[in-house]
Write a protein that binds this ligand. Structure first.
Ligand code: IMP
Ligand code: MG
Length: 174
């Protein structure tokens, strides 16, 4: 893909796949044969969930969640679920899978909402962690990479809906 704004590759396809297989080993050990509900946060996490879940050995249920930001007439913004879960997570072990954690506001909101459904457990798995951006503390249970503070695209991550299908993660100069 050619774009003058696309910078250097930060994580190659091989690095992503290798790291993902490593965290899958840990997840398999932690949950053993307990059923696990995997929640894919749309849209950025779809490749990550697709690749990660193929390494998991416990019984897995996959569901999707989409959140959106709305703005009212006064300009006040609010986060809400654009697509809610199909599965009832009450009493179930849940693993939330995110593409990238920046400020932590997105995940903070999602966790708060999901806790209301009283899951047996709720853990967080992220492909990328950008700790320099963090404003809300988030306890990350599984992470592939702690990234440098930059904007990246590829492997699900977008800039204005583009570049999600790059098999690697690259810097993008906005
Ligand atoms: P947070 O609420 O600041 O943690 O933002 C997380 C969300 O912002 C992610 O789910 C992404 O959709 C988006 N995001 C944050 N950083 C990047 C980036 O470097 N590239 C693409 N999307 C990003
Ligand atoms: Mg996202």
């Amino acid at each position: 893909m050619n774009s003058p704004n696309l910078g250097k590759i930060i994580y190659t396809e091989e690095q992503i796949q290798q790291r993902l297989a490593e965290i899958a080993v840990t997840i398999n050990l932690d949950y053993q044969s307990q059923e696990l509900v995997i929640i894919c946060i749309l849209k950025g996490s779809f490749y990550f969930v697709a690749d990660l879940t193929r390494h998991l050995t416990m019984p897995v249920i996959i569901d999707f969640l989409s959140i959106g930001v709305t703005r009212d007439e006064s300009g006040k913004t609010a986060v809400q679920f654009k697509k809610d879960l199909d599965v009832n997570i009450e009493g179930r072990h849940v693993l939330l899978v995110e593409d990238i954690i920046g400020t932590g506001f997105t995940l903070g909101y999602i966790c708060q909402r999901l806790e209301e459904s009283r899951p047996a457990s709720l853990k967080i798995c992220t492909l990328l962690d950008n700790p320099a951006e963090r404003l809300l503390p988030i306890n990350i249970d599984y992470k592939c990479f702690t990234m440098p503070d930059m904007f990246v695209v590829g492997y699900g991550l977008d800039y204005r809906q583009h570049f999600r299908n790059l098999p690697y993660i690259a810097e993008y100069r906005r």
